[in-house]
Design a protein. Structure first.
Lengths: 163, 490
């Protein structure tokens, strides 16, 4: 039995030979493979073309004209969506995408206000202003102009005022 | 005639130009940056020349390296594609000075149109209406502020040397103007080496309609009808169609004549595009001219049944435009739609990178895919996130929309997130289908949830997780042929 998630959706899935249990409901299926790779599933007489590519605990699935990113393990906590502009992680400001630090506009120790531009991140020909999510003091700022950063890198940390 | 053509570009546009050149019996030369050596385009030419390593400014944007590649490969012509150096008068001039053919307009035409302030003044002189805005004399904050008051908010801050939406911002009120001007100047200086900015009135619910123009060296300038480009996000087009649902015969004639007048005023040669804004009262205004081939040129090719790249190469070789074009003997047939597939988040539009683990392109009747990627390609952060263009052609607009949705549903892309859900949402929307839409369409789209995966999708995911574990066991087991190869692989 494993717990699979896709965004806010989740299912407990148990595989048996020729059938699967989805949240306790039994679904009979037949695998159609080409050269060992799964290309379609037949369920109740209907053929659904599928493609699946796995990377660690993630699997990308294309099925019936839609694409899903699915994960194994517990659902991502609500509110921890990776969408939105710059992400936050504790006091840290995360890079929302891989890119290059174009210009840093604050200094360590500086007091900044919510909405201030902390730095400009350039990715794929576009510039993105990374703004402070709250008032506070810049306590960490490790990257220099021109540095390449991966998505999710902590770009800066901002400690709440007075702490 | 051109004998050997170097394409100073990458991705789908390089591949597209190679295809036509090959049909014309012209040898092809690709260029590539070292970090891009495995890109699809470099394998689609007769030969490929390295531009060396380094950031884009030292590879695809380096005039000396492009010229050296042309010399080393014995090319006698250079096609710049779009983006990169396509609108660089310096490259155009350097290519011509070396006795090579430049597949583009004269450097002087590029210069006249590249300076948006000068272009606006020239269009006014040629009798072509321009969007109300500040003029060349308004330089400092004070002059621009009083110009803004005269024009009326909201206004757009634009870079005089700009294009493609870079350095552009929307200003709602006078209090926001100084900050927006400073930010605009900073971005403009960094991107274009020219910090001049100007203001344009933001037209409410405007449409973006452009005209393809073509001119030869024998004094012939024609238009090849319009493209409707109002489906945009971040001021960049994602869906284009032709004919535009907004034009009738009279408006099409008036805009076409203005487009030809605009091109003639800068003694244009080759393929170019005049972009217009069309307001809700059906008044049109010159926006800018793109002095190169457009990304969306294939929809014009579809409805007119011609190859624009072929005629770029013919004109560069000295040929005159066909008589049928000059005598207005062309008539568009049916309806064509282009959709741009970007590696990006469909909701917040941020670029995505990664490796294309699976890639199956749509096909079938009336479908064309211009792509610079294939299975296994890496989508990096250094280059444009455009993966491919899907172009459909059908008898009429409703049939073209259905064909577009059918083709989009065939597209399998795994490993990198794309804007396909956004493209589908735009094409499905009642507003798009009615034909009565404007540049605010994407912002007005209902937020679409992708919905729960089907049973088949859950089972495929579970099988995939189960399979990989089994696969690992097989590799380690004695039945694995590699395992018996006496350890040289272990």
């Amino acid at each position: 039995m494993s717990r699979l998630t896709a965004g806010d959706e989740a299912r407990d899935v148990r595989l048996e030979k020729g059938s699967a249990e989805l949240d306790g409901r039994t679904v009979r299926f037949r695998e159609i493979r080409r050269g060992g790779a799964l290309v379609a599933l037949e369920i109740g007489g209907e053929v659904h073309p599928v493609r699946a590519v796995r990377e660690g605990d993630r699997v990308f699935v294309a099925c019936d004209g839609s694409t899903y990113e699915m994960r194994r393990g517990p659902a991502i906590a609500p509110g921890a969506s990776r969408r939105g502009s710059a992400g936050e992680h504790g006091a840290g400001l995360l890079a929302p995408m891989p890119g290059r630090v174009r210009k840093t506009l604050v200094r360590r120790g500086e007091r900044i206000a919510k909405g201030d531009v902390v730095l400009i991140l350039e990715a794929m020909k576009m510039e993105h202003a990374i703004r402070a999510p709250r008032d506070g003091i810049v306590t960490k700022l490790d990257h220099h102009d021109g540095d390449l950063v991966e998505a999710g890198t902590v770009l800066a940390e901002i400690a709440a005022d007075g702490t | 005639m051109i004998r050997r053509l170097l394409v100073a570009n990458r991705g789908e546009i390089a591949v597209r130009v190679f295809r036509t050149a090959r049909e014309m019996g012209i040898e092809t030369v690709a260029v590539y940056a070292e970090d891009d050596a495995s890109a699809v385009h470099s394998g689609r030419a007769d030969r490929a020349v390295s531009l060396g390593a380094g950031p884009v400014s030292e590879t695809y944007l380096s005039i000396p390296r492009i010229l050296e590649a042309a010399r080393a490969s014995g090319a006698d012509a250079v096609h710049p594609g779009y983006g990169f150096l396509s609108e660089s008068p310096e490259l155009a001039r350097a290519v011509e000075e070396r006795g090579l053919s430049w597949v583009g307009p004269p450097p002087s035409s590029i210069e006249e149109m590249a300076d948006k302030l000068r272009a606006r003044a020239r269009m006014r002189a040629a009798g072509v209406p321009v969007v109300p805005g500040s003029d060349e004399n308004a330089r400092d904050d004070e002059a621009l502020s009083s110009a803004a008051k005269e024009i009326g908010f909201p206004v757009l801050v634009k870079a005089a040397a700009g294009g493609g939406g870079k350095g552009m911002s929307r200003v709602e009120a006078a209090s926001e103007l100084p900050g927006a001007l400073a930010e605009g100047r900073r971005i403009a200086a960094a991107a274009f080496g020219d910090d001049r900015v100007y203001l344009e009135k933001l037209l409410g619910r405007a449409r973006h309609v452009e005209f393809q123009i073509f001119a030869d060296r024998h004094g012939n300038t024609v238009h090849l009808f319009e493209r409707e480009c109002s489906v945009q996000r971040r001021h960049q087009k994602i869906v284009e169609e032709t004919p535009s649902p907004a034009l009738d015969a009279a408006l099409r004639r008036a805009m076409g004549e203005a487009a030809v007048a605009a091109a003639r005023s800068v003694e244009y040669v080759g393929a170019g595009t005049i972009e217009f804004l069309l307001d809700s009262e059906r008044r049109f205004y010159f926006l800018e001219m793109n002095t190169r081939l457009q990304v969306e040129h294939p929809i014009t090719e579809a409805t007119l049944g011609l190859d624009l790249v072929r005629w770029q190469l013919e004109v560069a070789g000295g040929a005159a435009l066909p008589v049928t074009w000059r005598s207005e003997g062309l008539a568009p047939r049916g309806h064509a739609i282009e959709m741009r597939l970007y590696a990006e988040d469909p909701v917040d539009f941020l670029p995505r990178s990664g490796s294309l683990e699976e890639w199956i392109e749509p096909a079938g009747p009336g479908v064309r895919v211009d792509s610079g990627f294939e299975r296994g390609s890496v989508v990096g952060v250094e280059y444009d996130p455009l993966l491919a263009k899907l172009v459909v052609h059908a008898a009429d607009r409703p049939a073209a929309i259905e064909r577009a949705l059918r083709a989009l549903s065939e597209w399998v892309v795994l490993g990198v997130e794309t804007n396909r859900p956004l493209l589908e949402a735009a094409l499905c929307s009642a507003e798009f289908r009615s034909g009565d839409y404007a540049t605010d369409l994407v912002a007005r789209l209902p937020r679409r949830e992708s919905g729960a995966p089907s049973d088949a999708a859950w089972i495929a995911a579970a099988l995939s997780f189960a399979e990989k574990a089994a696969g690992t066991a097989v590799v380690a087991g004695p039945a694995d042929p590699w395992g018996t190869a006496n350890g040289w692989r272990s």
